[in-house]
Design a protein around this ligand. Structure first.
Ligand code: V3L
Length: 85
């Protein structure tokens, strides 16, 4: 059964949905009211900042992306870099 809400990170002209495993980690941390969490994404450690709703590589905080929690059926580019057909 699909969840109603899920997590997205910003691309150049739209939003990408997080992969299922990362989404579950984000939802878990968010539900526990954490202010931030660390994720391993494609071999890099990322900080998720729930206060400012941003993600960035731990070793390069200058490259930031906005994130959002939104309805799962909201328009998106794809999932974790895999474009929708
Ligand atoms: N999940 C998967 N890949 C990610 C994520 C993530 N949460 N965060 C960053 N990357 P940066 P357009 C994105 C990838 O922020 O055309 C998209 O998934 C990121 O991939 O500097 O701009 C697309 O594959 C990028 O390749 O750490 O919308 C791609 O950008 C790389 O990590 C192009 O999307 C560096 O991102």
């Amino acid at each position: 059964e699909e969840e109603v809400y899920c997590w997205f990170y910003e691309g150049r002209n739209g939003w990408w949905q997080y992969d299922e495993r990362t989404n579950a980690e984000l939802e878990d941390a968010y539900t526990k009211k954490k202010k931030s969490c660390e994720l391993l994404i494609a071999g890099f450690l990322y900080i998720i900042d729930f206060v400012n709703m941003l993600q960035f590589r731990r070793n390069d905080p200058s490259r930031r992306r906005r994130i959002k929690r939104d309805l799962t059926n909201t328009p998106k580019k794809g999932v974790a870099g895999v474009r929708l057909p």
